[in-house]
Design a protein around this ligand. Structure first.
Ligand code: GLN
Length: 283
């Protein structure tokens, strides 16, 4: 079988399994297997696959057909250009979240207070904390998570991206792991925001492979925003900001939650498909 035939056959199989973008997935898995950039496959369409390669590809395609996320199969994803190892212990970083990280590092870079400080609340793979640290070479980042397994992964990712010495990793529920007098220029979070009952309706890649604790935002999906609105205040410096990602359709409810807690909502930002997805607020 040639590279082109393998791509076509795999794409057909993945389409039958209702995988989104089946051809792209087939190409990415084959590129991963052959350790070449995806576009290089196009220069190798006529190359014959060895039996070992065909067998290995079949295994990868089978896993993807069972709706295991592509990133879990390849073992990593790119976030703001940084390579992030992924696993079942943390949410796979999403492209929308790159915008949140970018707003965060832009804000940190405007501050005169050096080192600037930021808290990543619910760090998961560590993707946001790593992007903030890498883009602001003097910033000190604190990364919090309730899951020790996620934190171990985040530490590994920080080391891989050479920012581990500027990120402090703390395990605990909510803010409990912080010193009571800790204060940050920026608090950033992409908290779990799916309503509990909606989780069953999500794509299998998310429902069955992202940790439930990274998705579940309680009965209406807003538990973490209530908690952040009430508890984040004392951890913010006077001119500090909080920046939060939220789900499609949650903007008004979250704005009210923060305004009721006496925050000033500075901006609600859209994602690339013009849906409101990020709240920026200050005290
Ligand atoms: N901060 C991590 C991310 O944005 C984890 C978020 C989460 O688990 N809800 O990917």
């Amino acid at each position: 079988m040639t590279v082109l035939e393998a791509i076509q056959k795999s794409a057909e199989f993945l389409a039958k399994k209702n995988v989104e973008s089946p051809r792209l997935n087939a190409e990415q898995l084959l590129a991963h297997l052959l350790k070449m950039p995806r576009l290089k496959l196009y220069l190798n369409f006529d190359r014959a696959l060895t039996t070992a390669e065909t067998d290995a590809l079949r295994e990868l395609i089978k896993r993807r057909g069972l709706r295991e996320p592509l990133q879990h199969i390849t073992g990593s994803t790119s976030f703001c250009g940084f390579e992030i190892t992924v696993s079942r212990h943390a949410l796979v970083p999403r492209p929308e979240t790159e915008m949140l990280a970018e707003l965060g590092w832009q804000f940190l870079s405007t501050l005169n207070s050096q080192p600037s400080t930021a808290l990543d609340f619910g760090t998961g793979t560590g993707c946001i904390a790593i992007a903030l640290a890498a883009k602001n070479p003097h910033a000190k980042i604190t990364a919090l998570d309730i899951s020790p397994e996620a934190l171990a992964l985040a530490k590994e990712n920080a080391a891989q991206n050479k920012v581990a010495e500027r990120i402090e990793f703390l395990q605990g529920d909510g803010f409990v792991a912080l010193k009571t007098d800790a204060q940050f220029d920026l608090i950033v979070s992409n908290p779990p925001y799916i309503a509990s009952a909606e989780i069953a309706t999500l794509d299998p890649e998310v429902r069955d492979f992202d940790p439930r604790s990274a998705l579940d935002g309680g009965a209406d999906g807003l538990d973490f925003y209530r908690r952040l609105a009430a508890e984040a205040k004392s951890f913010l410096k006077p001119a500090g900001k909080i920046m939060l990602e939220f789900g499609d359709g949650q903007a008004d409810a979250i704005k009210s939650i923060f305004e009721n807690e006496k925050w000033i909502v500075e901006a609600v930002r859209d994602d690339y498909s013009q849906r409101a997805r990020i709240l920026v607020a200050r005290l």
